[in-house]
Design a protein around this ligand. Structure first.
Ligand SMILES: [Zn+2]
Length: 81
């Protein structure tokens, strides 16, 4: 198993084979973890990853499981388990 590497920021193209793209717009994307990647925050394998270039983000509903936040240089990452 490998931990998601966010050193220098998250680049989906470097790890494209490990993700399925669920949704994308100009500032953000929502990805499904297909590569068994581990969360940089808690170390457990995560289900989904939300990445945004925005400074703020609002979710209209919350997942049932744990949520981890990871700060990258120019991005905010939200991981759900
Ligand atoms: Zn986590």
């Amino acid at each position: 198993m490998a931990e998601l590497d966010v050193t220098g920021g998250f680049d989906v193209h470097e790890q494209r084979s490990k993700f399925k793209l669920l949704r994308q717009d100009a500032e953000s994307m929502h990805l499904e973890n297909r590569g068994g990647l581990e969360c940089p925050a808690c170390g457990a394998v995560f289900d989904r990853l939300f990445v945004t270039d925005e400074e703020t983000v609002t979710f209209s509903s919350s997942p049932n499981g744990p949520i981890c936040l990871v700060r990258a240089p120019d991005q905010l990452l939200v991981l759900t388990h």
